[in-house]
Write a protein that binds this ligand. Sequence first.
Ligand code: UD1
Length: 417
Amino acid sequence: MNEIRVTGGNSLHGSISIQGAKNSALPMMAASLLHRGISVLKGCPRISDVFCMEGILRELGAVTWWDDHDLYLDCTEANKTEVSAEYTEKMRSSVILLGVLLARNKKGRIGYPGGCVIGRRPVDLHISALRSLGARITEGGFFIYGECDCLKGNRIILGKTSVGATEQAILAAVTSKGETVLENCAKEPEILWLCRYLKTMGADIQGEGSSVIRIKGVKELSGGTMRVPSDRIVAGTYICAAAITRSEITIENAPIEELEAFLEVYEKMGGQYEDKSGKLRVNGKFVCHPIHCLETEAYPGFPTDLQSPVLAVLATIPGQSHIRESIFEDRFRAAKELVRMGAHIEVKGADARIDGGYPLTGCRVKADELRGGAALVLAAIAAQGETCITGAGFIRRGYEHICEDLKALGCQEIREE
Ligand code: UD1
């Protein structure tokens, strides 16, 4: 799929269920490599980032197979230690495998991580956490090398809140010798789910979801089995789809408690929602208020991953809105494409000022990262005429079937080509 073609302008209705979360599935897959046997991830999203992580595990010697959306990972013979740059440059979160390789094999070599072009995205915190656990890390050319005699528990204070570095440290620490205390941990739900999964494998972890996590290393882990939780970012994207088309839809399995900061902003825009025993009914018919200052933050603050979808919605609301992106340096790349569609957005550094309410008109636009690409799809379903979104492969990294989902919700013309 390279292009998505959408004819916008009609409202949405009906209900939709949400895929498993990309950002939970990936670290859970990495964690499975800590067990020399079979682990099962139920309800795993069939998206290209998951296929990329599956490719890496296979390259390391794992045998994997799918039964519908259940992913089986047999890591009995996954004893290789080198991950080629071909995979890692496609997906940033591959870097968390370095700690797992060290824990399992005492050495590892991994290509420098790639991923979405949304800022510098260094890996210094990952490397310093692994060094604190006793690994010797060298960086050279296209690769990061690590080796250790054995990983030993330690006190690690993460210099900055980072989801990936927190996951890296947890994965490396669960089978290390002695106790590890991790301070200034990220509190994102994905950390909690990773720890829950590791606990099903026999890990001894306390404090997950708070800023201090304590881990007592265990000798070995058994096989894990867990359902991948539903994707809070995909749920938020579809709530934005209802908002931008001023429609009413139901989301069957929205992780409502993980969407608090987002739903607060959605309500400020005039959006309404009702939690009907786990089903989230969202009504975007009264979305009309600009947002004077929205700032992205680490969880439980407003998620940077929903910044672009909300930017698209704000472009349709008359009045002045302002978004400050405080997590990544270059995450307004969708803005210039939205401007091509008729939006009035001015970006200066970390700030986007939106003069909303100008009509959007379909044209040819380019997605160059995942969430920005999803924002263009949202703009397209609200725009007059046909929009062609190129670079749609970026969207497949995180959305299993965005076209089918929006079609099921009543978008009359939307297809992948
Ligand atoms: C994860 C999510 C991503 C989300 C992001 C922030 C996955 C697969 N991806 O990305 O969707 O947008 O959290 O919620 O889960 N940083 C450093 N040094 C490091 C690591 C990070 O300076 O070693 C900085 C980053 O440049 C960024 C900030 O820390 O400014 C937060 O990044 P981080 O939380 O690590 O994001 P990811 O784990 O890459």
